[in-house]
Design a protein around this ligand. Structure first.
Ligand code: S3P
Length: 428
C-alpha cells in the first residue's frame, strides 16, 4: 500500500497510543509461566504482540478476552506443552528471542519461525548462550530462523556478561535461567530496557557500576495483572512531529515513562523542545504519565553513545528532528541499528537522501547537518517493510511542500495499527 501524506504545519489534538509492544509481549509470555490467572488490561492489538499471543496459546496458555482485558490462564513452568505447529513469531525479534529462552529452559522441543525480515536477523546472539546452558539449536546456516530448539541434557546455569546492550538477549538468558536449579546471572554493562526484571521482580544488584540480575527455579513468577501503558516508542513519532512544527500542541495520554526507554525526552529537551509531563503515576511496575509537546526551535545535539540502548527504537524519527535542528547532530555507537527489522542506518540514509538532506552515513550512525529552514518539495520514501521507518518518513512528509508517498505503509501495523488514522486526525 502506498500512502500519500499531505504537508501540514498545524498539528493539534489529544492522542491515546497503542499499548506498549515490549510490555505486551512480556505480559503474554510471563502469564504463560505463571501458574494461575492473569488479567492483562490494554493488551496491544498490533501484529507483533498478537504473534506472541498465539505462540503462548500453542504452548498451553488459555487466552480469553473479557471486558477489554485478556484473561490468561497460565501453565506454570512445569506444565508448558509441546506445540502442535511451528511457533510463528511473524516480524517480532522479541517474540523469537524471548521464546527461545523459554523453550531452552523448559526443555520443550519446538520450532520457531518468522517472516522474511525476521528470518534474515542474526540469532547467534541467543543461540550461543542457550547452547552453553545445554540446549541444542538447529538454525539455518547456524545463524538464522527457523530455529529448532530442544535439550537432551540437564539445564546448566550461566554467568553471562552481555556482549551487546540488548534487552532481548538479557531476557532470553534470564527466562532460560528461571527453569534452572542453580542461579543464572546476567551482567549488564550498559543499561537496556528493564521490563523483564521489573515485571518478574528478579533479584538485581549493582556491583562496580554493573547490574547483576539473577534467575532460577526458586524465583516465584508474579501474576501479570496490570494495565499496559501506551507505547513510548509510538509517542516518539508525535513528540518529534510536534517539536518540528510551527503550530503544534499535542497531548499524549497514558504514556509509559520507563527511564530505560525514554532517553528521547532528555535528548529533545537538550535540543530545546517544549515538552512537559503531567500526571505521573505508577501502573503496576511501570511509570506512566501524560506528555504535552508544542512546536519550538531546535538546536543540534551529539548523542552520548552510552544512551543509545535507551533510545534505540526512537533513532529513525530522531534523525528527522535533527534535520530541522540548527547545527550538526551526531548519532554514534548505534551499530545495533543495522540488525533491526531492516538495516536502519541504511534506511535512515535513504530517507534523508530522498529529501536532499546534508548528512553523512557512518558505520555506527549518522552525522546530520540540520537547518530549521530546511525545505523539500515532495518525496517518495521506501519503508523497507519496517514499521518505524515508514512512520518516521510520514513525520518527515508533514514538512514537505507537496504530497509525499510512503511505500509499503501497511507495515506500521506491526506496532501501531492506527498510526495513519491518528495522523489524519491531528493534521486535519
Ligand atoms: C526490545 C528490545 C530492543 C528493541 C526492540 C524491542 C524488547 O531490541 O529494539 O524493538 O522488547 O526487548 P534489542 O534487545 O535487540 O536491542
Amino acid at each position: 500500500m502506498i500512502k500519500d501524506i499531505s504537508p501540514s504545519s498545524s498539528l493539534k489534538g489529544t492522542l491515546s497510543l497503542p499499548p506498549d509492544k515490549s510490555i505486551s509481549q512480556r505480559a503474554a509470555i510471563f502469564s504463560l509461566l505463571y501458574d494461575g490467572v492473569s488479567e492483562v488490561g490494554n493488551y496491544s492489538p498490533a501484529q507483533d504482540p498478537q504473534s506472541t499471543l498465539s505462540c503462548i496459546e500453542q504452548l498451553g496458555a488459555e487466552v480469553l478476552p473479557s471486558d477489554g482485558k485478556l484473561i490468561i490462564k497460565g501453565k506454570g513452568r512445569a506444565r508448558i506443552g509441546t506445540p502442535k505447529k511451528d511457533l510463528d513469531c511473524g516480524n517480532s525479534g522479541t517474540a523469537m528471542r524471548l521464546l527461545s529462552g523459554v523453550l531452552a529452559g523448559s526443555g520443550i522441543s519446538a520450532k520457531l519461525i518468522g517472516d522474511p525480515s525476521l528470518s534474515k536477523r542474526d540469532m547467534t546472539r541467543v543461540i550461543d548462550p542457550l547452547e552453553q546452558m545445554g540446549a541444542h539449536i538447529l538454525a539455518r546456516n547456524s545463524t538464522f530462523a527457523p530455529l529448532f530448539i530442544n535439550r537432551n541434557e540437564p539445564l546448566k546455569p550461566l554467568k553471562f556478561e552481555l556482549p551487546i546492550p540488548s534487552a532481548q538477549l538479557k531476557s532470553c538468558v534470564l527466562l532460560a535461567g528461571l527453569f534452572g536449579e542453580d542461579i543464572t546471572q546476567v551482567i549488564e554493562v550498559l543499561p537496556s530496557r528493564d521490563h523483564t526484571e521489573r515485571l518478574l521482580n528478579l533479584d538485581q544488584k549493582l556491583v562496580q557500576g554493573r547490574k547483576i540480575i539473577s534467575a532460577s527455579i526458586e524465583d516465584e513468577i508474579p501474576h501479570q495483572s496490570y494495565t499496559i501503558p501506551g507505547d513510548f516508542s509510538a509517542a516518539a513519532f508525535w513528540l518529534v512531529a510536534g517539536a518540528i512544527q510551527k503550530d503544534a500542541e499535542l497531548l499524549i495520554e497514558n504514556v509509559g515513562l520507563n527511564p530505560t526507554r525514554n532517553a528521547l525526552l532528555d535528548i529533545l529537551d537538550d535540543m530545546g523542545a517544549d515538552i512537559t509531563i503531567e500526571n505521573e503515576r505508577m501502573e503496576g511496575a511501570e511509570p506512566v504519565g501524560d506528555i504535552i509537546v508544542k512546536g519550538s526551535d531546535l538546536k543540534a545535539i551529539e548523542l552520548d553513545p552510552k544512551i543509545i540502548p535507551n533510545c534505540i527504537d526512537e533513532l529513525p524519527v530522531l534523525a528527522v528532528a535533527m534535520l530541522f535542528a540548527e547545527g550538526t547532530s551526531v548519532i554514534s555507537g548505534a551499530e545495533e541499528l543495522r540488525h533491526k527489522e531492516t538495516d536502519r542506518i541504511m534506511a535512515m540514509s535513504k530517507m534523508l537522501k530522498a529529501v536532499g538532506a546534508d548528512f553523512e552515513e557512518q558505520e555506527d550512525g549518522l552525522i546530520i547537518h540540520g537547518d530549521p529552514e530546511f525545505t523539500f518539495k515532495s518525496a517518495e520514501f521506501e519503508s523497507f517493510h519496517d514499521h518505524r521507518i515508514a512512520m518516521a518518513a510520514a513525520v518527515l512528509s508533514l514538512k514537505g511542500g507537496a504530497d509525499s508517498k510512503i511505500k509499503d505503509a501497511e507495515c506500521a501495523a506491526v506496532s501501531y495499527p492506527d498510526f495513519w488514522k491518528d495522523m489524519r486526525k491531528l493534521t486535519k
